[in-house]
Ligand binder design. Structure first.
Ligand SMILES: [Zn+2]
Length: 337
């Protein structure tokens, strides 16, 4: 297995499903808490890590939103983002499309400008010094109202040139796609890339509705699409990308164990599936660990890994010429090894 792990580690890849707030490692959380004078329920990073014991999406979100309270200044958002980008670059992530959740910060009184300018500074720095390309996707929290979504959309408008796409995340259960129909219509009119979480804790119907009502380019997670043969056939035919996050799915009990994960079955159906880390500080690994753990449990071979890596670029929102450059990088890598 070690040689496949090495093969994975060296593979050029894109990450398309990554919440920047979910990269807040306990060590940084403790350091920022101290810097900003915010008391946390954990005395040290090791205790915090032990507390990351979730039973489902909601129990994870409760801890997650509490941890984001340490993010106050532009410098904090810069530190958070550059730490992720350094880690990603060390794993041969060549392109990252990064989610951020401005509503979880503006609700605490942090100005939108503070959040986005800290993140953007790190992205610009990484583009030049870490040789990694990036896009920023602003996610709307689906447990809040569409009206609140529109409010953040209005705030974001002044920074439209920094935002490539609009996404939808947080609790899927009880918050159907149709709740955000008007907001996504506006996102389309304004020329944004659109993506949405669906089919993680929700069913195949949730994936169907997200496609039919929100007309998104990509589905984040989407693993429950496999319950509906007609939907699978359509997703495969149209090559609508599904950004799967194996370690997240196991930690949040979407699957009992990695061996039960349907990633390989999705590949075998010809779906444009990609591997991503979602909230790596909480789920036990960054993108390479996701590939490696899935490969071990599901007996993925080099051919599968190549397919997943190629999918990660074809599913990205890069221009076709940029996609081709990265796909050529993969071909060169395969021939070297
Ligand atoms: Zn996610």
């Amino acid at each position: 297995m070690e040689s496949l792990a090495d093969f994975i580690a060296g593979m050029p890849k894109a990450e398309l499903h990554l919440h920047i707030e979910g990269t807040l490692e306990p060590e940084l959380m403790i350091a920022l808490g101290r810097r900003n004078g915010i008391s946390l329920p954990y005395p040290d990073a090791a205790t915090a890590r032990k507390a990351y014991n979730f039973s489902d999406l909601q129990s994870f979100l409760d801890i997650y939103y509490r941890a984001t309270a340490v993010l106050i200044t532009q410098e904090d958002f810069y530190d958070l983002t550059i730490a992720y980008l350094k880690k990603a670059a060390s794993q041969n992530v060549r392109h990252a499309e990064i989610f951020f959740d401005p509503q979880s910060h503006t609700a605490r009184g942090i100005p939108f400008e503070t959040v986005i300018s800290g993140i953007e500074r790190a992205l610009l720095e990484a583009n030049s010094s870490l040789n990694i390309s990036t896009k920023l996707i602003m996610c709307i929290l689906r447990h809040l109202s569409e009206k609140e979504g529109f409010e953040i959309f209005d705030k974001a408008f002044a920074w439209k040139h920094w935002i490539a796409g609009i996404g939808l995340d947080s609790s899927e259960r009880g918050n159907p796609a149709e709740k955000f129909m008007n907001l996504f219509e506006l996102a389309h009119q304004e020329g944004f890339l659109t993506v949405a979480h669906a089919g993680e804790e929700g069913s195949a119907d949730s994936v169907r509705q997200t496609l039919d009502i929100l007309h998104v380019t990509r589905i984040d997670h989407g693993v429950h699409c496999m319950e509906d043969d007609a939907l699978v056939a359509e997703l495969a035919e149209k090559q609508i990308p599904l950004t799967v996050c194996p370690l997240s799915n196991v930690r949040l009990k979407v699957f009992e164990s990695m061996k039960q994960h349907n990633l390989k079955a999705m590949l075998q159906k010809g779906l444009c599936v990609t591997v991503n880390s979602d909230d790596p500080a909480y789920f036990g690994g960054y993108v390479n660990e996701n590939y490696i753990e899935a490969a071990k449990a599901l007996q993925l071979d080099e051919k599968d890994i190549i397919q997943l890596a190629k999918n990660s670029f074809t599913a990205s929102s890069l221009s076709s010429i940029h996609k081709q450059l990265y796909l050529t990088e993969i071909d060169r890598y395969i021939h070297q090894t």
